[in-house]
Design a protein around this ligand. Structure first.
Ligand code: SF4
Length: 208
């Protein structure tokens, strides 16, 4: 695994993506806390990986202002507005659905806040466990569509064709009959800005 991470980090270097290898979730959490100044504002998109790290809670408890659109107290409109503000925070945190060993990162998004934050936030930190690695872009897209998204639909109980059996039927996954989760797909191959994007590769399974 070490060699695989090293190769990805090497590939990313010329694509303006700074990669870091972390032995476990604890070292990833510490790395993020070191990277982000205490007075920085934080945006993020919903992610089991980030939940398992407990990093959003920790950043909020040490005083970082966090734009959290997932609070139950928010109305739909308020939640959408907080998502917009989150993409404009100083730092945006997310996880990829899949990472190709050739270097591409794949992000699926329903509302588009995740793709917007990942594509254009001022500073981006992406966390990925080893379970997200795939051999190439085709298998990364397949993983995101046929594995990660159906599990997310199940977790959030979204009414989609894949909810019951985990099989994607994107041809019929349309409104208003269904609440399609994967509306947008972002394939990130490189970053134009040299210091914007950091990816933490964690040597344990995180999220799905
Ligand atoms: S397109 Fe629809 S059925 Fe297919 S994975 Fe996405 S949400 Fe599920």
């Amino acid at each position: 695994m070490e060699a695989m991470f090293e190769e990805l980090i090497r590939l990313w270097k010329k694509r303006n993506i700074a990669g870091f290898s972390c032995a476990d979730r604890e070292s990833a959490r510490q790395k993020i806390l070191e990277m982000i100044p205490q007075n920085a504002t934080i945006g993020f998109s919903g992610s089991v990986t980030l939940d398992e790290l407990g990093i959003i809670r920790e950043l909020a408890s040490r005083g970082n202002q966090v734009f959290n659109p997932y609070l139950e107290s928010l109305s739909r409109e308020e939640g959408l507005e907080v998502r917009r503000r989150a993409t404009q925070a100083d730092y945006y945190l997310a996880s990829a659905n899949a990472v190709s060993q050739k270097g591409e990162l794949v992000f699926f998004s329903g509302l588009g806040n995740r793709t917007a934050g990942v594509a254009y936030a001022k500073n981006l930190i992406v966390v990925c466990g080893i379970n997200k690695l795939t051999p190439d872009l085709d298998s990364a897209l397949k993983r995101a569509r046929e594995y990660a998204t159906p599990l997310n639909c199940k977790r959030l109980k979204w009414n989609t064709p894949c909810l019951a059996d985990g099989i994607c039927r994107k041809e019929i996954c349309l409104f208003p009959e269904y609440r399609r989760m994967c509306c947008q797909i972002l394939i990130l191959e490189a970053d134009a800005l040299p210091d914007r994007m950091k990816v933490l590769l964690v040597e344990e399974s995180l999220g799905f």
